[in-house]
Design a protein around this ligand. Sequence first.
Ligand SMILES: [Zn+2]
Length: 385
Amino acid sequence: MKTYTEGAKAVFKFSYTSSYMGTPDGNCHGVKHSTIEEWAKEALWRSDIPPSYCKVEKEWYENKIVIIIDCDILYRKCQDPREFAMHYSKMLQQVAIEHWINMIVQVTYQIHGTYRLGWGGGTGGSTGEHKPKPSDGPYVDNYASGVTPKNAIPEECDSLPYSNKAKSAMKEMLDSLFSLKPYKGAKYNYIDFSQYKKIIKEHGNIEHASAIEVYDDNRHYMVEPEKGGLSDRAKYHYGPYTKYIIHNHPNFTPPSAKDLLNLCLAAANPECTNICGSIVFIDENTYYALIINDRNKAAAMFKEIENEVDDTTNDFKLDGKCSKVLELYKENLNFKSSHDIAIARLSTIINHFNGGISIVKCHITDKSDYTTYGSEKISYKPIKC
Ligand SMILES: [Zn+2]
């Protein structure tokens, strides 16, 4: 039997196009993404999986619904994720056709974490049983148009000046993280990394943030994150001794606009002279970091983006100046992977405000590999190195 790890999650990504099938009435019919999200939840009910057990998300700039289900819950309903993907696609199409919308659905799925059945990932497509012919004339699908997604962010090392510095800063952070020791302090309880991971495992769908502090003895200490009563986001303390902050992303996403804002806020705080970045914990082997290369620039960016982040979505406000910048470069921000899009957007904003912050990803394998992300000064083309 294969090893079994609790907390394994199945991530299904459904790309769709939709077209109106109803009687022509002279109006142009499109489907809002929020409507599709509602339908996605309805289709979960019909598949006998309560939506409250899942995360249903939209992906930025793409007609995509992402559904994250605990493998344990999925396994109770269906023992083959591929079969579930196909079944669910049909359910989604069924809901849509009841509203006179024909959906064409493409699905890819991946299992994060080890699961006892050794589930992997795969792709599938479904054009629907209803087989209506694509409508033309005035009933143009608002979502089917748009630019074709590119594959991935191109690699261009020479253009990222801080790349090596940021990578080694992240390596230092991770090394310190893995060598933490628990300690009972007067004011705080300090934990090691295995205890942090245990907390995350026990409260998997909540973000837990914690500060890593360096005191006069030059050792690293991790402040135990606040537990209990947390709705969605953990509060955390930081101060003059804080070296960096770590928090987890239950939905495996890269650092958010909110994470960037929080780090800029810390950089702008005259008390926090030792802060050098923040880590996002994805899983045992995957970490992102925002690294401060230039504290003054990061502090100056805080003033620029202070009121730009939406507290509900943790993303840039739709009507703010950051959105205007992103709109300007949206051709550059079109990738197949939603994570690439998220990273490219963040680096575009950092570039625009000359924020002095690098985005680094570390994937730990036999030989850990570090990738820095940024964008070209002139064209704002996203690049990695
Ligand atoms: Zn975050």
